[in-house]
Design a binder for this molecule. Structure first.
Ligand code: AKB
Length: 337
């Protein structure tokens, strides 16, 4: 008998790890995970892990023999800075990988005659604000505004969203009123900050890097200007958001793609909060031209009214609470060990 399962790709990444922790804490005992890396020991026993490349089609062919996949959280991606070092590799993982997973969802939906849920994390990187004046003039773009990404990752995420809508509304359908094949649901994340993992390969990484460096008593050289401002979110909210979106009644959702955000800070505002908790920390600024351009192209904030209205999105952690109650205490404890 095929076991009903939730499939998580990119399971060893920052969001994947936190998602497994949370789903397991809520009692999920049917988690199936895939990543090119092994899962960290802390997740032992919480999921059945397959160490494999999502571009290896045979892995999914084998999985569907044993498992009835009801929901896919497709977290695997090559992020914005890494993607600029190897755009072809980013395209393969981010586009072909997503296409492969969407196709798996469509085949499974078709076979079972019921939609498979597909949860897709997109990103603030799909926006391209064009110049700093425009960024200041349009601080809170709607989902459909300023979709002019300047990174391979941003282009890939925007196309991934479009493919998701295609599979949800048009694939093998003669009319939009026909039942959905793939129940595609997408959030656009801002920069994420976790107390338990350090990001790599992203461009919003200066926020978490600054904090993790300070907690270890290290100086930090920030790769963007002090005035650079983008939206951020603490990891627990990022996880709550996708679990909440997955659970939302389909009829409440007026769209497939939702901006979500928690708070916006400039690099110097993050530095001030970090230094308030770790006063000895030295923070300097050495902007990296390419990474600065990327951050300048992202909006200061995002309009997440639709998510709030349709499925009750509301971050539990504003900037104050993120630093004081989640980030600083947990990061202190982590490095005190
Ligand atoms: C990145 O910096 O690439 C990611 C993102 C904002 O999606 N953290």
């Amino acid at each position: 008998m095929r076991r009903k399962s939730i499939l998580i790709t990119g399971a060893a990444g920052e969001v994947g790890q936190a998602l497994i922790q949370q789903l397991a804490a809520q009692g999920a005992d049917n988690l199936l995970t895939v990543d090119v890396r092994p899962l960290p020991a802390a997740l032992n026993g919480k999921a059945t892990h397959y160490q494999a490349d999502i571009l290896d089609k045979t892995i999914f062919d084998r999985l569907v023999i044993d498992y009835d996949i009801t929901t896919i959280y497709h977290m695997a991606a090559i992020l914005s800075t890494s993607g600029e070092f190897n755009p072809m590799a980013a395209h393969s993982v981010n586009v072909e990988g997503t296409m492969r997973l969407l196709n798996l969802a469509a085949e499974q939906s078709d076979w079972k005659r019921e939609p498979v849920k597909f949860i897709f994390p997109s990103s603030v990187a799909v926006f391209g604000m064009q110049n700093l004046d425009n960024k200041a003039k349009h601080p809170r773009p709607q989902e459909w505004e300023w979709n002019y990404p300047i990174t391979m990752y941003g282009c890939n995420k925007l196309y991934g969203e479009t493919l998701g809508v295609y599979f949800a509304k048009h694939y093998k359908q003669l009319a939009e009123t026909e039942p959905t094949m793939v129940d595609f649901r997408c959030v656009r994340y801002p920069g994420l900050i976790s107390a338990f993992t350090v990001p790599s390969g992203g461009t919003s990484d200066y926020g978490p890097e600054m904090l993790h460096a300070a907690a270890q008593g290290q100086a930090y050289e920030c790769f963007v200007r002090p005035d650079s401002a983008i939206p951020f979110m603490a990891m627990p909210d990022a996880i709550t958001a996708v679990i909440q979106l997955a659970a939302a009644p389909r009829e409440k959702l007026t769209r497939q793609i939702y901006n979500i955000t928690a708070f916006s800070l400039s690099a110097e505002e993050i530095a001030a909060r970090v230094q308030a908790h770790f006063p000895a920390t030295q923070i300097s600024y050495e902007p990296h031209l390419k990474r600065q351009r990327i951050v300048d192209s992202w909006p200061i904030d995002m309009n997440d009214d639709a998510a709030r209205r349709d499925w009750g999105w509301k971050p539990a952690y504003d900037a104050e609470r993120s630093f004081d109650e989640y980030l600083v205490p947990n990061i202190r404890a982590r490095y005190a060990k």
